[in-house]
Design a protein. Structure first.
Ligand SMILES: Cc1ncc(C[n+]2csc(CCOP(=O)(O)OP(=O)(O)O)c2C)c(N)n1
Ligand SMILES: [Mg+2]
Length: 819
């Protein structure tokens, strides 16, 4: 199915100049009379109160970090505290007009944003809803603590609740907003639209974009703001997120009813510093941060610089930009000018900047300016403002006392595996929303008509291979799993490079283009970080998503998104969020050093990921079905060597009906008594060849086990086999050094030591670059390597003459040279 976007050479070759929009800088014109009318005195004073709350909260933390005591309460806080003293107006102004439907994602310096959005939510929520939120969140754990503290009414109680929930989280307490699993840099509170804050600079940009995508696809109200620092403008994923959000297709190809571009606002909290580096004048070249919008789309992202020292200027900008976003004309960029008086962290002596500069900004301190504004316009007296300050300090003292008390605010119980229990949600969900899935064709008229008609097993009655094009293949088995879930779960979307018209890089999605509207299956930019990062945001906003990276070699481009985001947010949320995200990646061959690596070990090492690698069409469908009904993040490895292969091992063939493979269970592919061979991935077939030869030439019966799963992995079958055979060799296409097989070898050695007649041997690819296709056999494990390794290291085979080097001496030589 082709697109209808004509590329006209006459147009492309025409002489012209490009013009660009102008970018307003600090365009807000204060008008006291209009502001009084718009907000009313009480709300204008509340803005002051909220700013002061943040200032006092951060000052308290600063004192605790530096002196270990605040108002007579002693506490040693081991963790970080990146304070935003000086930046309060930017946070409070932003939150003012935001509703519960609006999400904010933030950074390592987001305490102020959490509090500001909480105060804004509390002011908008009725007492009943407030109580219900506090009662239901994490079983009311934080509420139980704050109920013991003084409060005038429900609103007052809720203010105590958010101060306490945030502080207890910063102190790593089980009663904190994220059960103490997030801490200072990652605290958040989804019921108020306060989504994960990220300690990876710029990390929120693509995740927030994914949450905005979720809102569009699932017709949810609200906008999403990514709060990131000015120095984050140097991060690749931030650029990837901005261009993803600006894709033309939202307006050119997607159904207009979806509403246009995702409602995402990239808000740079521009305090003019990274830690000590200065973007303007030193580490970047943009001059004015807002200029970045010019590089992204014709609207220059509706970019503006706004005065973050005036909360009303910020509130005004958010209100105006919300309209742009609601109309589907995003993304929006705001360059919110602010300044932090505090160091990057309390231990920072600010040696990289002049005191005179800090003094200049202090002279314009928004808290002082805004207090004067309130008094000058008759909204509050000095005495009233002082009383607010006194109340805040008294309240913070009370909250601090509760948050440090271990009896009231315990840590999670480390004696039981509490953190282990948070690593996976282990849920199952047929669908993540009740509505009918949007499709263009009845399922019965899809490509299933062809695949279901094919032979489901690759061998005929005589055991002879059937023509491959007449059999359902590994790629088609994956397709069958994908289409099943697309027609069951209305929230499910899939994207990646060449996912739509091309049919997926390796044609797994062929036929899906006809079935699905653009917003459920689309081509992404070549932005691996944004592909995975937006998928993380989509999943944690509540949708099911399948992202694809053409080759697993490209995981490096999405390293942070896979290792720090996809893997961690379930646990870091204290089990509040789920991550129904399947990342399909393929292990290549024939394309040389940067397209032929098996990188299973990289993700096996990262806690929080389920890792699967089917080696047969039966498993391809059954394991993808499993992954697509779960609620956990899965890295789903596939082998390009296998895409075109039919099922030849599972005698039932690939069932036409729905089925799942049991999580973590290896499959015994051939029974044997003398030796166990365990494989991961396509090496299975070489192991089977080796097993044939061992039987024919050496009268040895090998049991061949396909691990299928890397994490979780139930070792029971493998150990049982090793106890029976006493010998085991492990093989996969991953480079030998650091391969997951060594973890497996060590586990087997420890669990079956007394049953082993020889060492556990590992056969991996060479610790080289993968050479061109013509030389590949010298790189990937071959049948001969397996047999020679058995002969050299486990069991001498009578009369065997080795053809490859697998001896202990050779192992030592290779290790000595590091190859
Ligand atoms: C990817 C990444 N690189 C480096 C760091 C270390 N680091 C933490 S904060 C920071 C400066 C960030 O500056 P900016 O984005 O302007 O935010 P600000 O601290 O000013 O709020 C750096 C370099 C990090 N956390 N993540
Ligand atoms: Mg900064």
């Amino acid at each position: 199915m082709t697109k209808a976007i004509l590329i006209d050479p006459a147009e492309m070759r025409r002489t012209d100049v490009l013009t660009a929009p102008t970018i307003p800088l600090n365009a807000y014109v204060p008008n006291a009379a209009a502001e009084t009318q718009k907000y009313g005195a009480a709300n204008l004073v509340r803005i002051y109160r909220d700013m002061l709350f943040i200032r006092a909260f951060e000052t308290m933390l600063d004192q605790i970090k530096r002196e270990g005591v605040y108002q007579g309460i002693a506490y040693q806080h081991k963790g970080p505290a990146h304070l935003s003293i000086g930046q309060e107006a930017a946070a409070v102004g932003q939150a003012y007009h935001l509703t519960l439907d609006d999400f904010i994602f933030g950074s390592h310096r987001s305490h102020g944003e959490i509090l500001a959005k909480s105060f804004s939510a509390i002011a908008k929520l009725g007492n009943h809803d407030l109580m219900q939120t506090m009662e239901s969140y994490l079983g009311g754990a934080a509420l139980r603590v704050v109920e013991r503290l003084e409060a005038d009414d429900e609103q007052d109680l809720a203010i105590n609740y958010v101060l306490y929930g945030t502080l207890a989280e910063i102190f790593g307490r089980a009663t904190g907003f994220n059960q103490g699993m997030g801490g200072s840099m990652h605290a958040f509170f989804p019921p108020f639209g306060i989504m994960p804050n990220n300690a990876i600079v710029g990390g929120s940009a693509d995740i927030a974009t994914g949450a905005a995508l979720f809102k569009r696809v699932n017709r949810q109200p609200g906008i999403v703001i990514a709060n990131i620092g000015d120095a984050a403008a140097g991060c690749g994923p931030v650029w990837e997120a901005m261009s993803f959000a600006a894709m033309d297709q939202f307006r050119t190809l997607w159904d207009p009813e979806i509403g246009g571009n995702p409602p995402i606002l990239f808000n740079f909290m521009n305090n003019f510093y990274g830690m000590g580096g200065q973007p303007v004048g030193e580490t970047m070249g943009f001059g004015v941060l807002a200029r970045l919008g010019l590089g992204v789309n014709p609207e220059a992202m509706h970019a503006e610089r706004i005065d973050g020292y005036n909360p009303l200027a910020v509130a005004d900008a958010v209100e105006r930009k919300r309209k742009v976003l609601a109309a589907g004309r995003g993304p929006v960029l705001l360059d919110t000018v602010t300044y932090r008086f505090s160091g990057h962290s309390p231990s920072d002596a600010s040696a990289y900047r002049e005191k005179a500069e800090i003094d200049l900004w202090r002279e314009q301190d928004s808290l002082i300016d805004y207090a004067q504004y309130l008094q000058h316009n008759g909204h509050a007296t000095a005495a009233q403002l002082a009383a607010i300050g006194a109340d805040i300090q008294q309240r913070l003292t009370m909250i601090l006392e509760a948050a440090v008390a271990l009896d009231l605010s315990p840590r999670v119980n480390m004696l039981i595996d509490s953190i282990g229990a948070l690593m996976f949600s282990n849920g199952v969900a047929e669908r993540l929303a009740a509505r009918e899935p949007e499709v263009r064709l009845p399922k019965t008229q899809s490509r299933l008509q062809t695949t279901l008609e094919k032979a489901r097993f690759g061998l005929d009655e005589a055991g002879q291979p059937r023509p491959k094009q007449k059999c359902v293949t590994y790629a088609e088995a994956l397709f069958e799993a994908m289409i099943h879930r697309f027609y069951a779960d209305p929230t499910m979307i899939a994207y990646g490079e060449e996912n739509r018209d091309w049919g997926g890089a390796f044609s797994v999605y062929r036929g899906l283009t006809e079935c699905l509207p653009y917003h459920r299956l689309f081509n992404s930019p070549i932005s691996e970080a944004a592909i995975v990062g937006t998928a993380v945001g989509y999943a944690l906003a509540g949708g099911r998503v399948v992202a694809e990276l053409m080759y697993c070699d490209f995981m490096g481009r999405a390293g942070d998104e896979i290792f720090n985001q996809m893997a961690k947010w379930q646990a870091m949320s204290g089990g509040v969020l789920t991550m129904p995200l399947v990342l399909r990646v393929s292990v290549g061959a024939k394309y040389g050093a940067q397209h032929s690596q098996d990188w299973t070990s990289l993700v096996a090492h990262i806690p929080g990921l389920k890792v699967m690698f089917p080696a047969t069409p039966y498993d391809a469908k059954g394991m993808l079905n499993l992954a697509l009904r779960g609620t956990d993040p899965v890295i789903f490895f596939e082998s390009q060597r296998l895409y075109a292969e039919p099922e030849t091992l599972v005698a039932t063939g690939v069932p036409t009906d729905y089925y799942e493979v049991e999580l973590g269970e290896p499959a015994v592919r051939r029974a044997g008594a003398d030796l166990t061979i365990v494989t991961i991935g396509a090496t299975l077939y070489r192991a089977l060849e080796a097993a044939d030869e061992l039987a024919q030439k050496y009268n040895l019966s090998a049991e061949v086990i396909d691990a299928r799963f890397i994490n979780p992995l139930n070792y029971a079958k493998i150990i049982e086999s090793v106890k029976k055979t006493g010998r085991v060799i492990l093989a996969s296409d991953a480079c030998e050094r650091g391969s997951f097989l060594h973890t497996m070898a060590s586990t087997i050695s420890q669990l079956a030591f007394y049953h082993l007649d020889g060492p556990v041997a590992v056969v991996g690819a060479r610790n080289w670059i993968a050479p061109p296709a013509e030389l590949e056999e010298a790189f990937f494990p071959q049948k001969e390597w397996i047999i020679d390794t058995i002969h050299e290291r486990i069991l001498p085979l009578a009369g065997h003459v080795v053809s490859t080097e697998q001896s202990g001496t050779e192992m030592l030589r290779r290790n000595r040279l590091g190859v």
